[in-house]
Design a protein around this ligand. Sequence first.
Ligand SMILES: [Zn+2]
Length: 380
Amino acid sequence: MAERWEEVYGQEAAIGILRGFLKRGEIPHAMLFLGPRGVGKATVARLFAAACLCPSGEPDGCHTCRRVLEGLHPDFHYLEPVGIQIRKEQVDDLERALHLKPVEGRCRVAVVEEAGAMNIHAANAFLKTLEEPPPSTFIILVAEREEDLLPTLVSRCTAVRFAPIPGGEIERYLVEVEGLEKEMARDLSRWSGGVFGRALSWARDERRLSFRLAGVEFAARARRDSLADLLLRLAEMRREWEAHSHERRNEGTVFSGEALDSRSLAFLRKRQEERAKREAMRRRMEAVGDFLDGMASFYRDIIVYDLVEAGGGSPLTHLVNRGRFQEVESEALILGRKKAVENLALVEWARKAVESNVDPALALDALAAGLKGWAALARR
Ligand SMILES: [Zn+2]
């Protein structure tokens, strides 16, 4: 996780604007961070919160800053969807917290990730908060597009725009900063579909990359393998992603209790436990998402192969999984485009199911059954 402005790639313009606010001491009460997925909006939002709460006024990696970045600072509030929605109760809780006096710092800062996921009740409740912001609070909404939010919410926020990162830039970054081989960097950049954050997490975490590759492999074999074999493979996958989701990167910050009364301490401990639980869930979703991404990319390649071939072009350069050209080619001939489209729809069905809190194990088993023609188990 980035601890300083300099560690964020390709967002100099947005960061320049934010540092200007901090320097002049004119921080808008509500900001809206807009831009494509995976370009660093959430990272910058956390760094900005750290800057607001840090005595130095800059994210500098100190104890205060680290607690903000880890979500353990009592004056830092963080909202994200539970399942696919941000609910009104979450907004109400935030609203209550923002009206309390800051515990340690001069202000309270709230970051709402995927603000577009607020349901209408949540959005209306939030509107009230924005209309009468509690004193010394700063709120940052993060979203991909303005259209994802109520216009009345948008009009009350100062927009800060984040630039997309071009594919060539992702590749260059992976080589120059992450030290990847050129070919690998090119593959990751292409697989990421231009989502910088995704390419970066694959570059830094072999396990996450292996989930994607396992997804490609699974899709490549699904037609030939028996349903029993596929289910066995998924059971193995499950063990892998459970291990991944419970792996702890660091043990979190130990609280220096002297400044806190026992109630605040208990509150923070509880928050830390909840955070660990959420983190495990997030990592499981990541793994399942990577797996489904891999599967989807294989079926998409079959469709692309078929279309380009039919148009008399050479399919290789259009494929995402170029290293698997022969398998894509043979599956395109046997499976055909129509079946590939159906299979892709099944993968997207599974993704939606998982995002709506269906147990991933159940969703993937149903997906496997659907691929083998047991359509009754996987309804679209
Ligand atoms: Zn600091």
